[in-house]
Every structure is written in structure tokens, then in C-alpha cells.
Design a protein around this ligand. Structure first.
Ligand SMILES: *Cc1c(COP(=O)(O)O)cnc(C)c1O
Length: 383
């Protein structure tokens, strides 16, 4: 199918992603591996091209995703380094995962037994990463003696291989690491209980992006690299810390469209659905053919800005499903067909995912994940 990238395109720089990952790798000890987290189609950036770009790097152990379908897509595209599914186990996808060697995250004994049963039946050993609930209270074994016995019992099955032991932090993106440290302590205590039972794991991993930045005790054998690999920030506190430490990531995505219509509208006229704005002056309006069906947040109505000719233009009225209007009265040089940057840089100006996140109530992680499949991803270098 032909795709016209003039209406809108998400330009993704694989160079930026690779260099952001290299920065993260430089912050962890020699020998600690990176696991790029490319769930939700690589946070909206495109999991397959990212995996193909990063797979040859020696320090990349493998990739992490959230669903079986995401894992299958990667494997079926030719990715052969380990793919770890961070979510729970669903019966219907176990066989497909075994056939492709996808790593299982097991968060209770029942899931472990389900995997073991199919592994035995198909005679394919399953690599297991045991999830530990150290304080997030999302998934995982509680880190106590009873769980340690249960995990030991699971690995008596010869078809289950103890590959990984992992946990996830609820508050590693805060400057105060007290909560995260208490999670790490519980994790290490549980690991010790398992060691005493003769269970050792090849890959102990706990760190997310924020932990890579300022929580070295959490780095262990591998770190899971998500948001900062895409050049976005885990939190405002982490942004401040990165500035202090001179650590810099490059946003990998630019959302770019073009002006489709220009008009001079008289003072007193209302703009868009609901007539939410009445013009107080003769206004030059540029229409941009992007809307909330592309994942551009409707909450930016009347609040957000876009870049045209390197200058900021305010969004006027409500964002529609497929189009919105911007005030370009003060940028007289604008003409039809001009590029419009919705997210990213143009000349000296920049609209960040964090800015849009603040204005729309949709934080930066969510914003990029929610750019819909209607927006073609274009892989340019440098961009
Ligand atoms: C999403 C996720 C990550 C990545 O987190 P970032 O904050 O994007 O680095 C790491 N580990 C788990 C378990 C996750 O679900």
C-alpha cells in the first residue's frame, strides 16, 4: 500500500535510540547487560526496526515486551536474541512461546505449573524469569520462605530452567531512594533464600531507566532500559538530576505534518466544534490534518502549540478526530504545505513529550504509546 507521509508521519531516529542506549550502558558496570524494553511497539516508536538495530550490540542481552503477540511479532521478524515477556502467562499462548523460545515471566506457582505441563508435553524446556513482588504490588511472588519453597518445588521440574529473577520498582524515579532501597533489600533477601535452597539464576535484574540513572546498587546482571532509550524522561525529578550530572538523551520521535488549508477569518467568528473560541481580531488560521484519531490528545484543545516556520502557533478551538486549527496571525510567512511540527524540534524551538504531557494530562510515556497506527513511522537517520 502506498503511504503518503505528508499528512502526518512519526519520524523515528534509530541513531538517537542507539546512542541513548549507549549512554545508559555507560552508566552501568562493565559486564552488566542491557535489556531494551520495547513493549507497546517500542513505546510507539516501532519495536521491530529497533530490535533489528540493537540486536547486534554485544551488551544487549535480549529484549523485553509485555504481551505474547509482541513477542511473536519480534521473533517472527527474525529476532533471535532472547525475548522476555514481562506480563503474566496466559494458557493460550504457552505453546507458541515455547516453540519460539520466548522467556516466561512467572509470578505464581500456578503459572509455573501451567508452563511446566506444556513444556513436558512438547518436550521443549522453558526459560523462566521469576517475578518477585518487593513492594510495587503488581505481580510476583511475595519474598518470603513459603514462596522460596514454592519456587524451589517448581524448579524440580527438569523442563523449567531458572534463568532470571527480577523485580520492578514503584518509586525509583524519585530523588529519595528510600522506598526503592527497601524493595532491593527484599529482593536480595529472597535471592538469598533461593540460594540456600540451591537455586541460582543466571540473570538477576531489577533496574528500570530511572534506576540506571541514579541507583547503582540495583544494576546487578542486567538493566531494563525503557523510557530514556527513547530520549524521554522518567520524571521531572530525574530531568533535574540528569541536568545536574550532564547526562543527556535525545528524543527519538518527531511528529510532523503539513498545513492543508489557510484562511483569514474575521473578528467575532467562532472556531471549531462547540464554538469554544470567538475571535477577538482578524485571525489567520492554519488547518493541520491531524487529530485525536492519530493519538494527538484532544485535551490540547485551546492549550497546546505547534511549530510552523520555527515559531510557536497556538491550537485554536477543539481538536477534531482528524484535523485541528492553529493561529498563525503572527507568522505571516506561513503558506499552504508548510511543515508543522507537533512533537520535536524545528529550528531553535522544541515541543517535548513532557510539555504535551503536562498540558494534556497524558504523561510522556502514554503520549508516545498512544500515537496510533494511522500515523506512519518513518525511519530516518540523524533526525
Ligand atoms: C515498562 C517496564 C520497564 C521499563 O521502564 P522505564 O521506566 O520505561 O525504563 C522495566 N521493567 C518492567 C517490569 C516494566 O514493566
Amino acid at each position: 500500500m502506498e503511504i503518503d507521509t505528508k499528512r502526518v508521519a512519526a519520524k523515528v531516529s534509530l541513531d538517537a535510540i542507539q546512542s541513548n542506549l549507549a549512554v545508559m550502558h555507560s552508566l552501568v558496570p562493565e559486564g552488566t547487560k542491557c535489556i531494551p524494553v520495547i513493549k507497546a511497539d517500542g513505546y510507539g516508536h516501532g519495536a521491530v526496526p529497533i530490535a533489528h538495530r540493537l540486536e547486534p550490540l554485544a551488551y544487549v542481552w535480549g529484549f523485553a515486551v509485555a504481551t505474547a503477540e509482541e513477542a511473536f511479532t519480534l521473533f517472527d521478524s527474525g529476532v533471535r536474541k532472547p525475548i522476555l515477556l514481562l506480563g503474566g502467562v496466559f494458557e493460550g499462548s504457552i505453546d507458541g512461546m515455547l516453540a519460539r523460545g520466548i522467556r516466561f515471566c512467572v509470578s505464581d506457582a500456578l503459572q509455573g505449573r501451567m508452563v511446566a505441563e506444556r513444556a513436558k508435553e512438547l518436550r521443549i524446556p522453558a526459560n523462566i524469569h521469576v517475578a518477585v513482588d518487593t513492594g510495587m504490588h503488581r505481580i510476583g511472588f511475595s519474598p518470603d520462605e513459603g514462596s522460596a519453597d514454592a519456587v524451589k518445588a517448581l524448579f524440580e521440574d527438569p523442563y523449567l530452567i531458572a534463568e532470571g529473577l527480577f523485580t520492578h520498582y514503584a518509586r525509583a524515579d524519585e530523588e529519595d531512594l528510600a522506598a526503592a532501597l527497601s524493595q532491593l533489600k527484599r529482593y536480595l533477601a529472597f535471592r538469598q533464600m533461593l540460594t540456600e535452597r540451591g537455586i541460582a539464576f543466571r540473570l538477576c535484574h531489577t533496574a528500570n531507566s530511572a534506576s540506571v540513572l541514579h541507583f547503582p546498587e540495583a544494576h546487578l546482571d542486567a538493566v531494563r532500559c525503557g523510557i530514556t532509550m527513547y530520549g524521554l524522561t522518567p520524571s521531572d525529578e530525574m530531568t533535574a538530576l540528569m541536568e545536574e550530572n550532564g547526562v543527556c538523551f535525545r528524543p527519538a520521535m518527531t511528529l510532523i505534518s503539513h498545513v492543508i488549508h489557510l484562511a483569514e477569518i474575521d473578528a467575532g467568528e467562532e472556531i471549531g466544534y462547540g464554538g469554544t473560541v470567538t475571535l477577538t481580531r482578524k485571525t489567520r488560521i492554519a488547518t493541520v490534518p491531524v487529530g485525536y484519531a492519530d493519538g494527538f490528545p484532544r485535551m490540547l484543545s485551546g492549550k497546546g502549540e505547534v511549530l510552523i516556520r520555527g515559531k510557536r502557533a497556538k491550537i485554536l478551538g477543539r481538536i477534531c478526530m482528524d484535523q485541528f486549527m492553529a493561529d498563525v496571525t503572527d507568522i505571516p510567512e506561513v503558506s499552504c504545505g508548510d511543515p508543522v511540527v507537533l512533537l520535536g524540534r524545528m529550528d531553535g524551538e522544541e515541543i517535548t513529550a513532557e510539555e504535551i504531557g503536562r498540558l494534556s494530562g497524558r504523561f510522556n510515556y502514554e503520549l508516545v504509546c498512544c500515537i496510533t497506527s494511522r500515523v506512519p513511522r518513518v525511519y530516518g537517520e540523524g533526525a
